[in-house]
Ligand binder design. Structure first.
Ligand code: SR1
Ligand code: MG
Length: 408
């Protein structure tokens, strides 16, 4: 009996170090270990334990009972099981694109996994204006494999329903239902919005009944369309990058939902990086060069997704009715429509809602930040309302460029 097999408690660095030696059979007996809490996310505690003798290291991620960003959010620590289960599944669907899970601990609600400290968090790297030319190729393989191979198009429908059950994630879905689909679209107490943007939001979003109706439809789609096993929080802070490799982390929001949720989340966050570049890069030549790379990345994410989706469908579709003429096109169209809508919701909620993104909040010049926020909100609204019209990568970037031209 050890303290780690008795009742659950949230660990500090000393506990995590003791856990690594007494529970994980990972380090050598003569290891010289140190532990640091490195988490800066909204929800969990992340410990990195290193053996200075061998250089071996491990990450322990523990789920606490309330969110770190605000204790208003009571979130079941069971999300840690969901995270470790989906990481194991994704490792088989998209090999090499997720950290290896070494151990999941049901009692302590923690997972020991591969340390990816030789990678950088993509959001931070993009804010430093670094380029990753292989990223679009990597991430579209991950997206197509994880989304299509977990759908009814490919899976036995009963097996898929077992997965739906395993990945029921009510607390974290509720966070998304509130923070993404509801609160940004009215003057909610929990919103966190700068004054100039508040005025803009009042006029352009909160008072627009047509937009509100569309957000209601989208919220119900999110809650009811069990299409694919989605990551559920696929922003650039959930992606580790280096020049030749990409790893997707943090899938604790995973559940069966619309496939476009992940793709739209990613595109929205690439647009935040694009607006960060627009607002912060002084040298015109450097700005143009960096924005061109981001633009190509956004276009490729959509266009390569379409190409790889069509190929994988041909190779792996098993459902008889899915082979009927026109069905694949109908299905892909619906994913692109949802992708555009989620891009729009993400653009609005990170500007108005509780959880912001550094790409925008780190813009020191307040006038430039206000302009970036207006571009995100105006295009966000258009992505939602005109979501049926986004068919290719260039459709997605076109509207950002239009608003950049018109908003001074
Ligand atoms: C209460 S959690 C706030 C946000 O952080 C997560 O990363 C999700 O994006 C969530 O919406
Ligand atoms: Mg996260």
């Amino acid at each position: 009996m050890s303290k780690f097999t008795e009742s659950y408690f949230t660990m500090n660095e000393a506990h995590a170090l003791e856990y690594a030696t007494s529970v994980l059979n990972y380090f050598d007996s003569d290891a010289v270990l140190s532990c640091k809490e490195i988490g800066d996310g909204n929800l969990n505690y992340i410990f990195r334990i290193i053996d200075s003798k061998s250089g071996k290291s491990v990450i322990i991620k523990q789920a606490g009972p309330v969110a770190r960003i605000s204790d208003e959010f009571k979130v079941s620590p069971d999300r840690n099981r969901i995270e470790s289960d989906i990481l194991k599944l994704q490792a088989t669907l998209a090999e090499g694109f997720v950290p290896i899970v070494y151990n999941y601990d049901f009692n302590m609600n923690c997972t020991a996994m591969e340390d990816l400290s030789d990678y950088e968090i993509m959001r931070k790297a993009l804010i430093e204006h670094k380029k990753f030319p292989l990223f679009a190729g990597h991430i579209t393989t991950f997206l197509v494999n994880t989304l299509l191979l977990t759908s009814d198009v490919v899976m036995n429908h009963k097996d898929k329903k077992v997965l739906i059950k395993n990945f029921i994630n009510p607390d974290l879905c509720e966070i998304t239902e509130d923070l993404v689909y509801t609160e940004p679209f009215y003057d909610c107490r929990r919103n966190d919005v700068i004054d100039t943007t508040r005025e803009f939001a009042k006029k352009e979003l909160w008072g627009d009944e047509k937009l509100l109706l569309e957000t209601a439809k989208l919220k119900f789609e999110f809650m009811t369309n069990a299409q694919s096993l989605v990551h559920g929080d696929f922003h650039t802070g959930s992606i580790f990058v280096k020049s030749d490799s990409t790893k997707v982390i943090d899938p604790e929001f995973a559940f069966y939902g619309p496939a476009g949720y992940d793709i739209g989340n990613l595109i929205g966050n690439l647009i935040f990086a694009y607006e960060n570049a627009e607002a912060t890069i002084e040298n015109m030549y450097e700005k143009e060069e960096y924005k061109t790379w981001l633009e190509e990345t956004i276009v490729q994410v959509v266009d390569l997704f379409i190409v790889k989706f069509n190929t994988l469908w041909k190779q792996r579709a098993t459902e008889k009715t899915a082979t009927y003429k026109g069905f694949k096109e109908y299905y892909l169209d619906s994913i692109l429509r949802d992708t555009a809508a989620v891009t729009g919701c993400e653009l609005c909620r990170r500007i108005i809602g509780l959880a912001h993104v550094k790409d925008i909040t780190s813009i020191d010049d307040l006038k430039k930040r206000a302009r970036a926020e207006k571009i995100c909100l105006s295009s966000g609204k258009k992505f939602i309302i005109d979501r049926e019209s986004f068919k290719t990568g260039s459709d997605f970037i076109k509207i950002i460029k239009e608003f950049e031209k018109n908003i001074k």
